[in-house]
Design a protein around this ligand. Structure first.
Ligand code: MF3
Ligand code: CO
Length: 268
């Protein structure tokens, strides 16, 4: 069942989204050659704590294989769910996806940005640009009266037009008190299919594209997902609210943040 959030729940989701976005901006701005993904992860924990929030990722997955860090930090061919480590230092030319889920008063915000470290190859820069554009195309399709498939198709079209691979095994999702609620939101599929969108739905839309072949490796650590051919992958994600009018991006970066990491065009 897809939960329709009440007005109070929406207020709480806005708070969680605000914290998620602010922490993500701070941590993404700290990504420079020489920093380790472990250090970035500690920063996520600290910045959440300063805002009265905590990570929903830490311990996620239950006792069998709990996620051991505050955020998923995935470098280059790591598609998603990379485990931060003090030994993993990032270099010029790398791309780093930081995926975090903040809990504030029991509600969650989920957002991801992939940042470039220094100069990256042109094709990698294009991968980042197109994946972020696909996120915005997906969000634009998240309108009351449309269906989940309209989001999926809008995202897939961006990849196909740019000659990029789509991650087909992993999906976006509803979000609220739980990190993963109904419905699943694939990054591919036919338009006008799937559940109808209605105001009050809160959704995490998250395109993951790759430069190479559409094949993944699921690692033995229980978490890390790699591209099979070792080529890079990018991931962008926002938590949004479906409204009567335009979708509201609950994890949008503050317009005048010290250093806007993405969406340069929106911040004037
Ligand atoms: N944020 C990811 C998602 O979009 C999942 C995080 S997995 C966790 O679903 F283990 F880190 F929680
Ligand atoms: Co998500």
């Amino acid at each position: 069942m897809i939960k329709i959030k009440t007005e109070e729940e929406i207020v709480a989701m806005r708070r969680a989204g605000r914290v998620t976005a602010d922490v993500l901006q701070v941590v993404c701005a700290a990504v420079i050659a020489g920093i380790s993904t472990g250090e970035l992860d500690k920063m996520v924990g600290e910045e959440l704590r300063l805002r009265g929030a905590r990570s929903a990722c830490l311990g996620y997955g239950g006792s069998k294989c709990p996620f051991p860090a505050n955020a998923c930090i995935s470098v280059n061919d790591e598609v998603v769910h990379g485990i931060p480590s003090d030994g993993r230092t990032v270099c010029d030319g790398d791309i780093v996806s930081i995926d975090l889920v903040a809990i504030v008063d029991g509600f969650m915000g989920d957002s991801t940005i992939t940042v470039a470290v220094g100069e990256v190859d042109d094709e990698v820069a294009k991968l980042l640009k197109v994946t972020e554009e696909a996120l915005h195309a997906g969000i634009a399709a998240a309108r009351s009266g449309n269906r989940i498939g309209d989001i999926s198709a809008a995202i897939e079209k961006k990849a196909v037009d740019a000659g990029l691979g789509v991650v087909r095994e992993l999906v976006g999702h509803g979000i609220g008190r739980e990190m993963h609620e109904e419905p699943p939101i694939p990054n591919w599929g036919p338009e006008k299919s799937g559940p109808l969108l209605v105001p009050g739905m809160t959704l995490a839309i998250e395109p993951m594209f790759m430069l190479g072949r559409e094949e993944l490796i699921f690692c033995d650590d229980g978490w890390t997902v790699l591209t099979a051919d070792g080529r890079p992958a990018a991931h962008f994600e926002h938590t949004i609210l479906v409204t009567k009018n335009d979708p509201e991006v609950l994890t949008a970066p503050e317009k005048c943040f010290r250093r806007q990491v993405t969406c340069v065009k929106d911040c004037g």
